[in-house]
Design a protein around this ligand. Structure first.
Ligand code: FE2
Length: 244
């Protein structure tokens, strides 16, 4: 009977999650250090051992890098104080930057919070059908950043223009499909595209994009999804490169 209640460590092959919003009270993510600890505890049960936090940087959440770094130090102390042992290590703070011309600080901010190797997690509008910020992608690449596009399966524009997918790959932009998309969390279209990008070998990374305990409930459910288990078994992802 006990086995029935044991969580599946489906995501153990990934080891690392480098996309989550678990820095409390800075965007639409976790609402407290306690919620962050609960989320981390659950992520451990499904196989994660290292996590990078990636708060939003965009017009709606105009976070400032120095402030975010200070808040990260406070959170680390709160996690240590919680006394919880089975948590993934919170390795570092980075950001999820929205490439949007209306975000005045883009491009050219001088203190961008990146993943190791000057790797920048980025996104663009999830709501328009006729636009992709190619110029901003190019500007960042010229500045020496390696770009990872978060949740490619969720952009209507990209999904309607497969030539743009090819163009992005020719520019060297990597894809990070959102794991929850594979279980239908963002609808059928995102689910179909998520599997397609993985099976075509164009998603080198997978992210959870965990925001709070609602997302964790979906992540635990996704861990039990047989199709998702098949993907994790049959395809290799590069998440672990960030801890080498
Ligand atoms: Fe995100």
């Amino acid at each position: 009977m006990f086995g029935l209640f044991k969580k599946k460590d489906t995501f153990a092959p990934l080891i690392v999650d480098m996309h989550c919003h678990l820095l409390p009270n800075v965007d639409d993510g976790s609402s407290s250090p306690e919620e962050t600890v609960r989320c981390l505890k659950a992520m451990y049960t499904v196989g994660y051992r290292k996590v990078f936090l990636t708060p939003h940087f965009q017009a709606r959440y105009p976070n400032i890098e120095d402030d975010i770094k200070k808040r990260f130090e406070v959170l680390k102390k709160a996690i240590a104080k919680s006394g919880e042992k089975n948590l993934p290590e919170v390795v570092d703070i980075a950001g999820e930057y929205r490439f949007d011309p209306s975000f005045a600080r883009m491009p050219g901010v001088d203190k961008v919070l990146t993943l190791p190797g000057k790797t920048l997690l980025c996104e663009f509008s999830l709501h328009n059908n006729d636009y992709m910020p190619t110029d901003i992608f190019s500007d960042y690449i010229k500045m020496g950043y390696k770009l990872i596009l978060a949740h490619p399966e969720r952009y209507p524009y990209l999904n309607a223009h497969s030539t743009e997918v090819k163009k992005m790959h020719e520019m060297g932009i990597a894809f990070q499909v959102n794991i929850l998309s594979l279980n239908g969390f963002y609808g059928e279209s995102a689910k179909r595209k998520g599997f397609e990008y993985i099976e075509k070998g164009v998603s080198e990374y997978l992210g959870t994009d965990t925001h709070n305990m609602r997302y964790i409930a979906a992540l635990l459910e996704t861990a039990e999804n047989k199709e998702v288990q098949r993907i994790l078994k049959n395809y290799k992802f590069k998440n672990a490169e960030f801890i080498k």
